[in-house]
Design a protein around this ligand. Structure first.
Ligand SMILES: Nc1ncnc2c1ncn2[C@@H]1O[C@H](COP(=O)(O)OP(=O)(O)OP(=O)(O)O)[C@@H](O)[C@H]1O
Ligand SMILES: [Mg+2]
Length: 407
C-alpha cells in the first residue's frame, strides 16, 4: 500500500498514532498533577518496563500533559557516562527564565537562580549568564556533594514555582543509567520536597531494575514513588493499536491477519509498530490478509534482527554475547543464574562480573535473587538466530611463567 500514508511509527520515543492501553495511567497521573497544583501531596512516578514497551512515549505524553496544566517542566535522558548536573543545569536555567526571571522576578525566583549559579560552579558546569546583580543564596547548593546540593537546588526551584502559583515537573528518562549517588540525590531531593509539601512532580522512566536500585540507594524510596509497570498491551488494546490507525487511512486487517501479527509481536508496542509498518508497505491492497502477513514474516524478522536487536548485540563483548547465548538456551526466562553458568560450562562466580556488566549495560536484570532475565523482549530467539551454536566458556587461566633458571 502507499508508503506515503503508512501510519505506523516504529522507533524510539515516537508518539504512536494510537497510544493504546495507557488511559488509566494517564488519568491517574493527571489527578496527581491537579493535586500538586492544588498544593496537595502526590507521590512521584517511576515508569518501569522492558525495552520498547513505550516508557519514553508515556513520559513525553505526561510531560505534555503537565505543560498543558501549567507546570514548568524539564526533561532529561540520563545517558551512560554523562553527569546529572551537566544535563540538569541548562534545563533548570531555561526554567528559571520560563518562570520570568527578567520581569519583576520575586525574591524566591532570584534566590533559586542564585542557588543554580552556585550549583553550576560547584559541579564545574558552564551555566551562562543569569541576570543577577546580587548573590541571594551565599553558600547554598555549593558544597560539591550532590546529595546535599541537588535537594537544595530543587527545593529552591519548587519554592520559586510555588511563589508564582505554578509547579515544577521533573522528567528523567533511562533512570537506570544514573549513578548510584545521582539516584540517591534525586531521591533525597524528592523526599525533602515531599516533606515541605512543595509543588514538584517527579516522573522517571527506566528498566525494571530501577525499583531495586532506588530502594538500595534510599530505603524510603519505596514509599516515595509509585512504580507503574508498563508492559505489553492487553489483547484488545493491541488490536486497537494496529487497526485504528490503519482504519483512519481506509485500510482494514482481516481478523486472522491481526491474530497472526499479535502472535508474532506478543503485544509489545514496538513490535506492533514495526510489524504494522512493514506489513503495510508489503501488502498490495486492503484488506490485509493472513497470507500477506505470513508472506512478510521473514522480511520483518530480518529487519528486526539487523536493526533493533543488532545494535544491542554489537555493543557486547564476545564473552557477554556468549553469556546471553547461554541464557537464550534456557528460553525467554527469567532463568536461574546458576543454570546459565552451568549451561556455559563454568561456575557462577566466574561469570558474575560479566553478568554485572550486562546489567550495567541494561541488557539483563534480576527480579529475584538468583535469577536473570533479558530486558529486551524476544532477545532469546534473536540470540539463537544470531549464534546458532551454543559456545561453552573456557576461562583463561593466568599461567605464571617460571623465572628463567628457577628449579
Ligand atoms: N501504547 C502504545 N500503543 C502503540 N504503540 C506504542 C505504544 N507505546 C509505545 N508505542 C510505540 O512503541 C515504540 C517504542 O516506544 P518507546 O520508545 O516509548 O519505548 P521505551 O519503553 O521507551 O523503549 P526503550 O526502553 O528502548 O527506551 C515506538 O515506536 C512507539 O510509537
Ligand atoms: Mg525509552
Amino acid at each position: 500500500m502507499d508508503r506515503r500514508h503508512n501510519p505506523f511509527v516504529p522507533g524510539a520515543g515516537l508518539q504512536p498514532p494510537e497510544l493504546a492501553g495507557r488511559d488509566r495511567l494517564l488519568e491517574e497521573a493527571a489527578i496527581d498533577m491537579d493535586r500538586i497544583l492544588d498544593s496537595r501531596p502526590a507521590k512521584g512516578l517511576i515508569l518501569l518496563g522492558l525495552r520498547g514497551v513505550g516508557k519514553t512515549v508515556l513520559l513525553n505524553r505526561l510531560r505534555a500533559l503537565a505543560d498543558d496544566k501549567g507546570f514548568r517542566t524539564v526533561r532529561i535522558e540520563a545517558p551512560e557516562g554523562s553527569s546529572l548536573p551537566e544535563l540538569l543545569t541548562p534545563e533548570l536555567r531555561r526554567m528559571v527564565y520560563a518562570l520570568d526571571l527578567r520581569q519583576a522576578a520575586g525574591w524566591r525566583l532570584r534566590r533559586a537562580a542564585s542557588v543554580l549559579v552556585n550549583f553550576a560552579k560547584a559541579f564545574s558546569v558552564t551555566v551562562g549568564d543569569l541576570e543577577l546583580s546580587v548573590d541571594l543564596a551565599p553558600g547554598e547548593g555549593d558544597t560539591g556533594n550532590l546529595e546535599q546540593d541537588l535537594p537544595r537546588l530543587l527545593v529552591a526551584m519548587a519554592e520559586a514555582a510555588a511563589d508564582q502559583h505554578t509547579a515544577v515537573g521533573l522528567f528523567i528518562d533511562e533512570v537506570q543509567y544514573l549513578s548510584s549517588s545521582e539516584l540517591a540525590a534525586v531521591i533525597v531531593a524528592c523526599h525533602e520536597i515531599a516533606q515541605q509539601n512543595l509543588p514538584l512532580l517527579f516522573v522517571g522512566a527506566g528498566l525494571p531494575q530501577v525499583a531495586a536500585l532506588a530502594g538500595k540507594a534510599k530505603s524510603y524510596a519505596e514509599r516515595l514513588f509509585d512504580y507503574p509497570e508498563v508492559g505489553p498491551l492487553e489483547r484488545t488494546d493491541a488490536r486497537l493499536a494496529l487497526m485504528k490507525p490503519a482504519l483512519a487511512e481506509g485500510v482494514s486487517f482481516d481478523d486472522d491477519a491481526v491474530d497472526e501479527i499479535l502472535a508474532a509481536t506478543q503485544n509489545f508496542p514496538y513490535f506492533i509498530q514495526e510489524w504494522g509498518y512493514q506489513v503495510w508497505n508489503a501488502a498490495p491492497s486492503s484488506p490485509v490478509t493472513r497470507s500477506m502477513v505470513l508472506g512478510s514474516h521473514q522480511e520483518v524478522v530480518s529487519h528486526l534482527d539487523n536493526n533493533f536487536f543488532r545494535v544491542r548485540f554489537d555493543r557486547l563483548t564476545p564473552l557477554e554475547q556468549k553469556y546471553l547465548r547461554a541464557m537464550a538456551e534456557l528460553g525467554p526466562g527469567p532463568s536461574a543464574t546458576g543454570r546459565i553458568a552451568e549451561t556455559l560450562g563454568v561456575r557462577t562466580a566466574s561469570v558474575a562480573a560479566v553478568r554485572q556488566r550486562l546489567i550495567n549495560k541494561g541488557m539483563v536484570w534480576s527480579q529475584r535473587h538468583g535469577e536473570t532475565a533479558f530486558t529486551v523482549p524476544m532477545f532469546d530467539a534473536f540470540m539463537k538466530r544470531q549464534m546458532p551454536q551454543l559456545i561453552r566458556h573456557v576461562p583463561q587461566r593466568l599461567t605464571r611463567q617460571r623465572p628463567r633458571g628457577a628449579p
